[in-house]
Design a protein around this ligand. Structure first.
Ligand code: SAM
Length: 350
């Protein structure tokens, strides 16, 4: 890596600090429903927004000026009205959309909140427990999952796995391990009504939310959710098993893969989505690299360490490591699918 001159570093420091505050302002806008209100009502002054959603106008006005400067909201200096452009709405409000990032802002902000616990873990080891994060973190994972599975999985990724589509179209049993709030399970259950779906997760509130997501999507008939920890061993045998964003979080990823292998019927398929990563963590260039290492420290590695685990981390499962662990777990074939996503990798494992 080349050395950076002090002037360039200074410019970077100011961009980074502005970026950190921009992300915080966006998280506030998402959390308090300000973006949704603006999207629903169009051009509005701070007084109008504050009255409509019951916020203190002085705080709202200061937030508004900051978010305008950060480029996420349009503003008329004469009338003092603010509004969202169609593009800004796609990023900040559009549920499940291709460009939606409201969940990511909420995730970033809520993962940063148990700061004292993180510092304590730096000093004394251990980690941060699921319950130590605010509910907003789990809501945020639900939001990010909504876009990833409703848009990317169904439209962009499934066409890369014709064998899996064929199996599920003809009617198969499917298990989603570490399903979170069930967004992936629900989208697949809707897409393949002849198959039966089970979603498993170790965090009980996720199971309740997954049931609610299935009900509100009208996907109740072929789908159930169960509270289960992968450390308990295989919960049954399935024709298709999937893990979305789970393996690198596990206390023992090799054990997790072995449990999955034991949960597959003869000729079964395993769809694995994990994080796109380079072999050496410092080769994960660019803003996505910083994001991945940041979220690792603030959630993925740290919750695995809390479970007494290895703390593989967000970028701890590059293709080479996955191939090695899959072989040890008894799988014979790992195919990386050509999906070209900056954050996610997808594999078909047999
Ligand atoms: C990053 S979230 C991904 C959730 C969901 N698959 C998605 O993509 O939105 C990881 C999930 O794994 C679950 N998890 C973590 N450790 C687990 C374990 N030992 N057994 C089962 N689930 C676990 C967590 O509760 C969490 O819901």
């Amino acid at each position: 890596m080349s050395e950076t001159k002090p002037k360039e570093l200074l410019a970077q420091a100011s961009r980074d600090m502005a970026g950190a505050f921009s992300a915080r302002l966006c998280a506030i806008g998402v959390e308090l429903g300000i973006f949704q209100d603006l999207d629903r009502n169009g051009r509005s002054t701070s007084e109008q927004i504050a009255t409509r959603i019951g916020l203190n106008e002085r705080y709202l006005r200061e937030w508004l000026h900051g978010i305008v400067l950060s480029g996420y909201v349009e503003f008329d200096k004469t009338t003092r009205e603010a509004w969202l452009s169609a593009q800004q709405a796609q990023v900040l409000v559009d549920e499940g959309g291709r460009f939606a990032q409201y969940g990511a802002f909420k995730l970033l902000n809520s993962a940063l909140l148990p700061y004292d616990k993180l510092l304590a873990a730096f000093r004394g080891g251990g980690g941060i427990g699921f319950e130590d994060y605010p509910p907003a973190l789990w809501e945020a994972l639900d939001h990010t999952g909504c876009s990833r599975y409703r848009h990317f999985l169904i439209n962009d990724w499934l066409p890369h796995v014709p064998s899996l589509v064929k199996k599920l179209s003809h009617g198969a049993s499917f298990a989603d391990f570490g399903c979170g709030t069930g967004r992936s399970t629900v989208e697949l259950a809707k897409r393949f009504p002849s198959s039966n779906f089970v979603g498993y997760d170790a965090f009980l509130p996720n199971i309740d939310k997954a049931d609610e997501n299935a009900r509100s999507a009208g996907a109740g008939g072929n789908i159930t959710f169960k509270h289960w920890n992968i450390g308990e061993g295989s919960p049954g045998k399935y024709d298709v098993v999937a893990c979305f964003d789970l393996i690198h979080d596990l206390p023992d990823p090799e054990l997790g893969l072995r449990v999955i292998q034991e949960s597959m019927n003869q000729g079964g398929l395993f769809l694995l989505m994990d994080i796109e990563a380079e072999d050496d963590p410092v080769d994960n260039d660019g803003p996505f690299g910083v994001f991945k290492l940041g979220i690792s420290l603030h959630f993925c590695m740290t919750t695995s360490m809390w479970q007494g685990g290895q703390g593989l981390g967000t970028v701890g499962l590059p293709e080479t490591v996955l191939r090695e662990l899959s072989q040890k777990a008894g799988f014979s074939k790992v195919s990386k699918l050509d999906i070209h996503h900056p954050l996610n990798s997808l594999y078909l494992i047999e």
